[in-house]
Design a protein around this ligand. Structure first.
Ligand SMILES: Cc1cc2nc3c(=O)[nH]c(=O)nc-3n(C[C@H](O)[C@H](O)[C@H](O)COP(=O)(O)OP(=O)(O)OC[C@H]3O[C@@H](n4cnc5c(N)ncnc54)[C@H](O)[C@@H]3O)c2cc1C
Ligand SMILES: NC(=O)c1ccc[n+]([C@@H]2O[C@H](COP(=O)([O-])OP(=O)(O)OC[C@H]3O[C@@H](n4cnc5c(N)ncnc54)[C@H](OP(=O)(O)O)[C@@H]3O)[C@@H](O)[C@H]2O)c1
Length: 378
């Protein structure tokens, strides 16, 4: 029952987080319809014939930059906006959208009058400091302490360093040669009267065609497609859909005979069915054998992917008994745990197991022994 997942690995890439490849943005379009509360973007990046290569299941590492406006605002507040070298260092290497404790403590030291008293009392209490930094960026902190000045050389040591972000690849390498697609949920919120954006998701959302973007491929260790004749069940709500779009493209391109079953969920069918046209078309042509959707906010009570799994429990169990691989991608904190619990319940109800046997079957037999319960969760 446990054939290894197909892992056609390319040669080791010369590109990595310390030495990224300078790729070009090809396309950046919204996937949500008007009226949605979300902004999820389809990002296509040109890797060309010399860039990194990938297989389905890999992730793309992106090295983001801060928005020019935020860099300018920060340096103006410090009276350092004229320093071009510092401007570039700040833009490309230092985190501005989330204030760190070291920065707040340094500002508290330099502040004067009531601002100094306020910030110093916050810094003296770890819990208050946690709360203070949780929803502030560096400009929010400087607005609390007007007139703060630092020596330009001090700045790089006061702010946390930018680290790359990973995005699950949403295309098959054979779909459009030399290109990679991503599905990116833009993190955005307003706190202390100022709009904020996630560092990397905001960076990607701002990119226009032909802009360069530093990237590298982070190969997956385990999230591979199975042998071509095996069935797959894919659970990918929200941006969790990304690797499954890649899987479906790949299986279609190469004529894999295994059946494909997709569970997708998001807020509203009318505005948030990411790549809905593609999946509906794939179902019509028979490439996608089953499509189960859970639109959480189209009715009074929430409906999630795990509820659809339970409704289809008998059929899902039959697929598993025939050797199907079970994949889950997306939110690790809540969704993946609930999907795991639903899978255990299905094994108990439809597999005639006690709760303990069902847990053992899912967590040990499926996941570890047969390696056909695979997760890409974050
Ligand atoms: C293997 C892997 C695959 C991934 N695949 C994808 C993918 O396919 N698509 C995708 O979109 N993401 C994916 N991610 C997540 C992605 O890497 C980033 O973490 C995500 O885009 C957020 O990064 P950011 O730089 O935009 O936000 P950051 O600048 O890191 O900010 C995010 C932080 O902002 C804070 N925040 C958010 N809302 C609020 C609020 N209202 N008030 C105060 N603070 C708030 C939270 O603390 C949150 O942690 C993946 C992650 C991993 C590890
Ligand atoms: N670990 C994390 O912190 C994390 C992980 C993933 C995404 N996010 C953030 O969330 C935002 C949107 O992400 P996304 O577009 O990928 O979608 P998402 O927020 O994960 O939501 C996709 C769908 O999953 C539903 N959902 C919520 N809780 C669930 C649960 N316990 N089980 C199953 N489904 C559940 C949502 O319903 P409702 O919203 O109606 O409840 C929605 O219909 C982004 O800003 C992203 O950065 C954070």
């Amino acid at each position: 029952m446990s054939e290894p997942a197909v892992a056609a690995k390319p040669a080791v890439s010369p590109y990595n987080r310390n030495q990224p490849y300078s790729a070009k943005l090809k396309e950046n379009r919204g996937l949500n319809q008007k009226g949605s509360s979300k902004d999820t973007r389809h990002i296509s990046i040109e890797l060309g014939s010399h860039g990194p290569t990938y297989v389905c299941g890999d992730s793309l590492g992106v090295l983001p930059r801060n928005p020019d406006g935020l860099v300018q605002e920060f340096l103006e507040k410090l009276g350092l906006a004229g320093d071009a070298s510092l401007k570039e260092t700040v833009a490309s290497t230092l985190i501005l959208n989330r204030a760190g404790k070291k920065f707040v403590k340094a500002v508290a030291e330099k502040a004067h009058g009531p601002a100094r008293d306020k910030l110093q009392s916050i810094c003296a209490d770890e819990k208050k400091l946690d709360e203070y930094v949780f929803d502030r960026d560096v400009v929010d902190v400087l607005l609390d302490a007007p007139g703060t000045k630092f020596d330009p050389a001090e700045i790089p040591n006061l702010l946390n360093k930018i680290a790359p972000r990973l995005y699950s690849i949403a295309s098959s390498p054979d779909h459009e040669a030399g290109h990679v697609h991503l599905t990116v949920a833009v993190v955005q919120y307003t706190t202390h009267g100022r709009p904020k954006q996630g560092l990397a998701s905001g960076y990607l959302a701002r990119l226009a065609a032909q802009n360069s973007v530093p990237v590298y491929v982070q190969p997956t260790r385990h999230f591979h497609l199975p042998p071509p004749d095996r069935d797959i069940i894919m659970v990918g709500p929200g941006t969790g859909i990304a690797p499954f779009r890649a899987f479906l493209q790949h299986r279609q391109k190469h004529g894999h005979s295994g059946r494909n079953w997709l569970f997708f969920g998001d807020q509203h069918a009318a505005t948030d069915f990411l790549y809905g046209d593609e999946f509906n078309a794939a179902q019509k042509t028979g490439r996608l054998h089953k499509l189960s959707t859970a639109f959480s906010r189209d009715q009074a009570a929430k409906i999630y992917v795990q509820h659809r799994m339970q409704e289809e429990g008998a059929e899902l169990w039959k697929w598993l008994e025939k050797g199907a691989y079970f994949y889950v991608c997306g939110d690790a904190k809540r969704m993946a745990k609930d999907v795991h619990a639903a899978l255990v319940e299905i094994a108990a109800r439809h597999g005639g197991k006690t709760p303990e046997q069902a847990e053992e079957y899912v967590s040990v037999t499926l996941a570890k022994t047969e390696k056909r319960y695979l997760k890409d969760v974050y």
